[in-house]
Design a protein around this ligand. Structure first.
Ligand code: SF4
Ligand code: SF4
Length: 358
């Protein structure tokens, strides 16, 4: 009887264990403590030794030259071991503590920065932006570059009351962690999708398109005998969900779209529950290549937080303690009608009470 060839079912990426540093492998699940050795420098110790991390910023969109430089440094100082963090930092994993100083020196000679640990700003986690994603309202990598250029001191030094996490998402689908970051930079569409009824019947499934709208704003309709859809503009919140399933409904408009700033999000810690970001600035213009309005706004909030928060307070904890009214007063940010959340699903979000003090 013929035997069947064995089916290949494991078709995913290679198992991460293959790439673990031997010290990490030997201490896996048994770590005892970790320590901070300075900006960008960490050690993790388990029963079978200590591993040292050196964190270098990366621009995320990197060239083969950059990757070669990282590989050369890793081979020279960390036995070839490094990893990319979810915030796009490069972390070299060293077995030998004596290699830390020469590695940092060489990273700096290459014009790269070391930092982003403890009371500092880590790299900005961000989404695709104009570079890649179809529904973006702004660029993501460009914004990150200009904001980090302004705030690089806060990456290389530990002079903040606590860690500060910034995120950029280029539309409100928010692939980045903007809802749980201390400061969030969020791309913003301001017009409803433009329905192309000529191509829509050939490109899109009507029921799927209708179902894609979280606000029930899309209805099937017929124009000159052709089945298409119409959008109730009063209900539309410009999220772009429909465009994701139906390319005949584009809504990107680089001149009219813009950027909003949100503050106060974080995941839980030993003292407080998770907090969602809340709206600080409803609209700033898309102004590439340096987005001066956005960099000024973010810098203003960071400097205010650095000067006024108590040690170990995150941005949201600081604002909760002083009150949102005071935050608006101190920052000079105008409180507008857009801060009143009248979105129909806003049961538990910002400012639903009639007792509004503005
Ligand atoms: S946040 Fe929106 S526009 Fe940006 S990558 Fe994600 S889905 Fe695309
Ligand atoms: S942009 Fe969002 S809210 Fe507006 S019609 Fe499309 S899915 Fe609905």
């Amino acid at each position: 009887m013929a035997t069947e060839a064995k089916r290949v079912t494991d078709i995913g990426p290679p198992h991460f264990e293959k790439f673990l540093h031997p010290i990490i492998k030997e201490n896996y699940g048994q770590w005892k403590f970790h320590d901070s050795l300075g900006p960008g420098l960490l050690s993790h110790t388990g029963p079978n030794g200590t591993i040292y991390s050196v964190r270098m910023s990366s621009p995320r969109l990197v060239s083969s030259n950059f990757l070669r430089m990282v590989c050369d440094l890793a081979e020279k100082y960390s036995d070839g071991y490094f990893r990319f963090t979810s915030r796009n930092n490069v972390e070299f994993l060293l077995a030998n503590k004596d290699n830390i100083d020469p590695l940092v020196k060489e990273i700096n000679e290459h014009g790269q920065l070391v930092g982003g640990t403890d009371n500092s700003i880590s790299n900005i986690v961000h989404t695709q932006g104009w570079v890649h994603c179809h529904s973006s309202a702004t660029d993501a990598s460009g914004l990150v570059k200009v904001v980090m250029d302004e705030l690089s001191d806060y990456f290389t030094e530990q002079k903040l009351p606590h860690k500060l996490r910034i995120a950029v998402a280029c539309c409100l689908n928010m692939c980045g962690a903007v809802h749980a970051s201390d400061i969030a930079i969020l791309g913003l569409h301001r017009t409803p999708p433009r329905v192309d009824s000529e191509t829509l019947p050939n490109l899109c499934e009507i029921p799927t398109t209708v179902a894609s709208c979280p606000n029930n704003a899309i209805r099937p309709t017929s124009i000159e005998g052709k089945t298409t859809v119409k959008v109730d503009e009063e209900k539309c919140m410009y999220c772009g969900n429909c465009f994701t399933v139906c390319p005949a409904m584009p809504l990107a408009d680089p001149l009219n779209d813009g950027v909003s700033i949100w503050v106060g999000g974080k995941i839980s810690n030993a003292r407080t529950e998770p907090m969602f970001t809340k709206l600080a600035i409803p609209y700033l213009p898309n102004n590439p290549p340096r987005w001066p309005e956005v960099t000024d706004a973010v810098k203003n909030i960071v400097e205010l937080y650095a000067a006024n928060a108590r040690p170990f307070e995150r941005v949201g904890e600081w604002i909760d303690r002083i009150g949102w009214e005071k935050f608006f007063d101190m920052s000079g940010i105008e409180f507008t009608k857009y801060h009143l959340d009248d979105f129909r699903h806003a049961g538990t979000t910002y400012r639903r009470s009639l007792h509004n003090r503005y």
